[in-house]
Design a protein around this ligand. Structure first.
Ligand code: ADP
Ligand code: ASP
Ligand code: MG
Length: 454
């Protein structure tokens, strides 16, 4: 997809997105109220995720029998009632919000009973998480004196039909977003928009992939020409690696767009992988901030590359599939690689990392669900071996390729730990060195490399 940015008709505004953990407690909502109040003059457009845990419950409802789904729905309802009770809303507002909850739960029940075609059906079901949270938050902010109004993104974000990981259609989305959101901002209204969801041209509900609310914020920022996109989470910005795995991981004050997109693409769960692209096209700075510590400066992601340390961040994926293909036919032959990649494309398999020698090609795949058919075809002219249970560790930084020292260190420390590298790829973007290792060695490798490089 080509993202073409034209900054006509822009008004000064910012996008502020709050993730699942931020919107899940009364304390979080109080923080959100304060953050939005302070940003009120900047014409904020708010994007919200579902309450933490709800998307998972909705997914399990979608995947189970209608009978079992009932249990998930009752858990979802109970979860929200507890949450609403803790918001200390006046009786009338509380009644209104609980009535909305009832209506939505009934609606989900109806969809579950009809059970449509697999993927479209799942997207329809999971969309209700953000529909609920946006209503509750908009009503609570309104109650506290902010002129907030719920907007459901199926009315403004137009996507293709890739259910479960849809891509937005630039022209159509920009038209709808401008038409709906601009008048609200001009009237001083604060739109509270559902993250994660959109609709296809023919009106079917779609989702942008897990963690997709970050992407919603970027899409809106791009369409409206925001002066900043703020992503509020439960961490003080982006860290040198996942702080859940390495307690000593440090905050990174500034990252370049390239570093941030590479980090997200190679597994760092802190940002949805597609978030950075619209921001790059429109040159909008992205800030990652902590809802619970708004005084911390977080991470600024911007165009300008950073100089200094070659390795700035370590990303990892715990699970990937490695496919090795070996054929002496490859030597001197034309179009060999094209043939291999066409087979993967035909089977709808997207390739992540690639390493090529004269007689062999190795690739890694995130999703190997159609792999059997592809392997059958590939085996006609290749010796193919498939290794599941592999993982990827990526060292990322603008200066990385220029530093031969980094590669030497990488090999040295992993060798000492007895970790065998099965494949190495110096990413096409020249700011990433990725290695493929056994999945159960990923954590040790990340901890060891973090200690070495930071
Ligand atoms: P939200 O629900 O607000 O979108 P997420 O849970 O999706 O938040 O993302 C925040 C989480 O991402 C953090 O709690 C952290 O554990 C994880 N994470 C993974 N890698 C990183 C990293 N490099 N820096 C910061 N957080 C990271
Ligand atoms: N609620 C969705 C998820 O859990 C989207 C998001 O949180 O960004 O994946
Ligand atoms: Mg997220």
């Amino acid at each position: 997809m080509v993202l073409q940015y034209t900054n006509q008709d822009i008004i000064f505004m910012i996008v502020i997105k709050f993730g699942g953990t931020s919107v899940s407690t009364a304390a979080g909502i109080q923080k959100i109220y304060k953050i939005i109040s302070e940003a009120k003059d900047k014409k904020p457009v708010i994007v919200v995720s579902a309450v933490a845990g709800i998307t998972d419950l909705l997914l399990s409802a979608a995947r189970s029998s209608p009978g079992q789904a009932k249990k998930s729905l009752s858990d979802i309802k109970k979860f929200h009632i507890d949450f609403i009770n803790r918001l200390a809303l006046p009786a009338v507002t509380k009644k209104d919000v609980l009535r909305y909850l009832d209506t939505v739960i009934l609606e989900i029940g109806k969809v579950v009973r009809i059970k449509g075609s697999e993927k479209a059906y799942t997207d329809k079901i999971v969309s209700f998480g953000e529909i609920l949270s946006s209503y509750i938050i908009a009503k609570t902010l309104l109650e506290k004196g902010l002129p907030a109004e719920q907007v459901i993104a199926t009315d403004i974000i137009v996507t293709d039909q890739s259910f479960g990981g849809a891509e937005f259609l630039v022209g159509e989305t920009r038209k709808k977003v401008t038409k709906k959101i601009k008048p609200l901002l001009e009237k001083g209204i604060i739109p509270v928009i559902t993250g994660f969801i959109g609709a296809s041209v023919d009106g079917k509900v779609t989702t942008l992939g897990r963690g997709g609310s970050d992407y919603t914020a970027a899409i809106l920022g791009f369409c409206l020409g925001a002066s900043e996109i703020q992503i509020w989470k439960d961490v003080n910005g982006v860290y040198t690696t996942d702080p859940r795995l390495v307690a000593t991981a440090k905050n990174i004050p500034v990252l370049s767009y390239r570093e941030a997109s590479e980090m997200a693409f190679f597994g760092a769960k802190v940002l949805h992988p597609r978030t950075i692209r619209p921001a790059v096209e429109a040159k909008i700075p992205v800030r990652v901030l902590n809802t619970f510590h708004p005084e911390k400066t977080g991470t600024l992601i911007r165009e300008k590359p950073n100089i200094g340390k070659p390795v700035r961040i370590i990303s990892f994926k715990r699970k990937t599939t490695l496919v090795n293909m070996y054929s002496t036919e490859m030597l001197f032959s034309k179009g060999f690689l094209a043939r291999i990649f066409a087979i993967f494309a035909k089977n709808n398999i997207s390739i992540n990392l690639v390493a090529v020698s004269e007689v062999s090609v190795s690739v890694t795949l995130d999703n190997d669900s159609c792999l059997e058919a592809a392997v059958k075809e590939l085996s006609r002219f290749n010796q193919v071996t498939v290794k599941k249970n592999m993982g990827i560790v990526s060292l990322i930084g603008e200066g990385i390729i220029a530093s031969s020292h980094t590669i030497k260190k990488l090999f040295g420390v992993l060798d000492k730990k007895g970790i065998m590298i099965k494949m190495i790829s110096l990413g096409a973007t020249d700011i990433n060195i990725s290695i493929v290792i056994e999945s159960d060695q990923v954590e040790t490798a990340v901890r060891t490399l973090h200690k070495t490089f930071f």
